[in-house]
Design a protein around this ligand. Structure first.
Ligand code: ZN
Length: 265
C-alpha cells in the first residue's frame, strides 16, 4: 500500500475542539496537503526516533482525515468512561422491543440482509439498553447474591462478572449490537465466546467493516477494553473508521487515543 504523508496544518492545536468542517477549511487554506517527503525522523529534542516511534507517527498521519474524537459514531463508553451526563439516545425500533441509534438503522439492516443472502439465519440478541434497565438488573443481581448469603462486597463483585456497571455499558449508546445465529440459540447456547466456532460468526467478522462495524471486545485486548472477549458484540463506528481499525488491528480505545494525539498536535 502506498502511504501518503500529510503535513499537518500548523496551528491546528489552537483549534482543537472545533468541528472537522473548520479543520478542513484550515487545512485547505494553510496546509500544503499532498504527497511530500517523509516526516522528520527526529523529535523536538532532535533525537533520532526509534522505528516504533516512527511507525506510531506514520499511523497517526494515516488516520482517516475526517475522523474526530468528538464524532457521534466514536462515542467511547467503558469502565473508565461512563456515558456522558444528559446523554439522550435517538432511537429507532428495528424489531419489537429492540432499538438502535436511528443513524445506524440502515447500515445495520443492510448488514443483516447481506447475512440472509449469504445463507445465515442471524439473531439480533440485543441493541440499546437504558441506564435504568441496567441499574435494575444490576441491583436485582446484588440483592439475589446477598439473599444467598454473600457479603455486600462479594455480591457486587459476583454481579460485575456478568453485568456491566450502569452508565458503563456500551449498549446505552444505541451503537452496539449483539449478534449470534438462530441455530446457535435453538441448540441451547447463549452469548458465549465459543460462538466463534460458527460459520456465521466468521462471516460477520469478514463483512463487518464493509458495513461500518467492528468487533468491540476482541480476544487479547482485555487490558485495553477491560472486557472479556465477546465474539458476538459489534459496534458501529462508520465504514472508513471500521476499515482502518480492522486493517491496523485497533480497538476503539486505541483509535480514539490516536485521534486525540493527532488533534493535540
Ligand atoms: Zn453486547
Amino acid at each position: 500500500m502506498k502511504i501518503k504523508w500529510l503535513i499537518l496544518p500548523i496551528g491546528l492545536s489552537l483549534l482543537s475542539g472545533c468541528t472537522t468542517e473548520n479543520q478542513r477549511q484550515v487545512e485547505e487554506t494553510l496546509a500544503p496537503v499532498g504527497e511530500v517527503e517523509k516526516p522528520d525522523t527526529k523529535n523536538e529534542h532532535n533525537e533520532e526516533l526509534t522505528e516504533e516511534e516512527q511507525a506510531h507517527l506514520a499511523l497517526i498521519e494515516s488516520l482517516p482525515e475526517d475522523a474526530s474524537s468528538d464524532d457521534w459514531n466514536l462515542l467511547l463508553v467503558n469502565n473508565w468512561t461512563p456515558l456522558p451526563e444528559g446523554f439522550e439516545p435517538n432511537l429507532q425500533e428495528v424489531e419489537p422491543e429492540k432499538s438502535v441509534d436511528t443513524r445506524i438503522v440502515e447500515p445495520f439492516k443492510n448488514w443483516m440482509d447481506a447475512g440472509q443472502k449469504a445463507g445465515h439465519q442471524l439473531y439480533f440478541a440485543s441493541g440499546y439498553r437504558s441506564v435504568e434497565r441496567q441499574q435494575s438488573n444490576y441491583d436485582r443481581s446484588i440483592d439475589k447474591f446477598k439473599q444467598e448469603g454473600f457479603s455486600e462486597e462479594k455480591a457486587i463483585s459476583k454481579t460485575e462478572e456478568y453485568i456491566a456497571i450502569p452508565r458503563r455499558s456500551e449498549h446505552h449508546t444505541g451503537l452496539a449490537v449483539d449478534i449470534v445465529d438462530q441455530q446457535w440459540i435453538a441448540d441451547g447456547n447463549g452469548l458465549t465466546p465459543d460462538y466463534d466456532t460458527q460459520e456465521s460468526q466468521h462471516w460477520l467478522l469478514e463483512t463487518m467493516a464493509d458495513h461500518g462495524f467492528v468487533l468491540r471486545y476482541p480476544e487479547g485486548a482485555e487490558d485495553l477494553t477491560d472486557i472479556h472477549y465477546e465474539s458476538w458484540h459489534f459496534r458501529y463506528v462508520g465504514k472508513e473508521n471500521a476499515m482502518f481499525m480492522t486493517e491496523h488491528d485497533l480497538v476503539l480505545e486505541e483509535f480514539v487515543a490516536l485521534l486525540k494525539e493527532k488533534e493535540a498536535n
